[in-house]
Design a protein around this ligand. Structure first.
Ligand SMILES: [Zn+2]
Ligand SMILES: [Zn+2]
Length: 215
């Protein structure tokens, strides 16, 4: 695991701190990940604060791996929390540092390599020239509709599967069947009920329209 072949990276790293740690720790794909997470490409968008944590945890992971401590599940997150979280007592923090030091992790170096969210932001906008495109309301609605549609399809598939399986075991008796999934949203102000599709289409409960202009 510690065996790491030098990557034939043709791109010159930028001169900022992130460029330096990317090179120093051999964090391949870091830039791609940062841009994808930041712009929300295919995933939920993440804040620069969350991304700083992501970078720092990758640094920590690399440092542990380099010290021949293959990190166990959840260990990186936990160790990072112990080193940085305000809620952790100074005693616990000192103990964590000492343990890492004893295991051959250059804690001080690692901590000074940690980056701030501001650094992440500057790297993304300056070095990588990435920009977050704010989706329009229509795009947001469209994406939401797709997401909910996929969820409903999945629910229908799992339901069909479950009924099928129970029927095959003779636990359940039914003829040919179809499964319909419909999610409804009820306005607690007026108790009108909408399918989620209609609600996204109308973009407002009828009572909210009535309210415009007062009584
Ligand atoms: Zn940079
Ligand atoms: Zn209503």
């Amino acid at each position: 695991m510690a065996d790491r072949t030098a990557s034939a990276d043709t791109e010159t790293p930028c001169g900022c701190k992130i460029g330096r740690v990317t090179e120093g720790y051999g964090l391949v794909d870091l830039d791609d990940d940062l841009v994808a997470y930041w712009t929300g490409d295919g995933d939920e968008q993440r804040s620069t604060r969350e991304l700083a944590t992501y970078v720092n945890q990758r640094i920590l992971e690399e440092a542990l791996t380099n010290a021949d401590i293959p990190p166990k599940e959840g260990e990186i997150e936990n160790t990072y929390r112990l080193l940085t979280d305000d809620d952790v007592s100074s005693g616990t923090r000192v103990q964590t540092r000492n343990e890492l030091q004893r295991d051959g992790v250059p804690v001080e170096q690692v901590e000074s390599d940690f980056v701030s969210h501001q650094t992440v932001y500057n790297h993304l906008t300056g070095c990588l020239e990435a920009s977050v495109e704010t989706p329009s309301d229509e795009e947001r609605l469209e994406r939401s509709e797709e997401k909910l549609g996929a969820l409903q399809n999945r629910t229908a598939a799992v339901t069909t599967d479950t009924v099928d399986r129970l029927e095959r075991k003779d636990i359940l008796d039914i003829g040919e069947f179809t499964v319909n999934v419909s999610v409804t949203v009820t306005c607690e102000d007026c108790f009108r009920e909408y399918t989620v599709r209609d609600l996204l289409e109308n973009r407002s409960c009828d009572c909210q329209k009535e309210n415009v202009g007062g009584e």
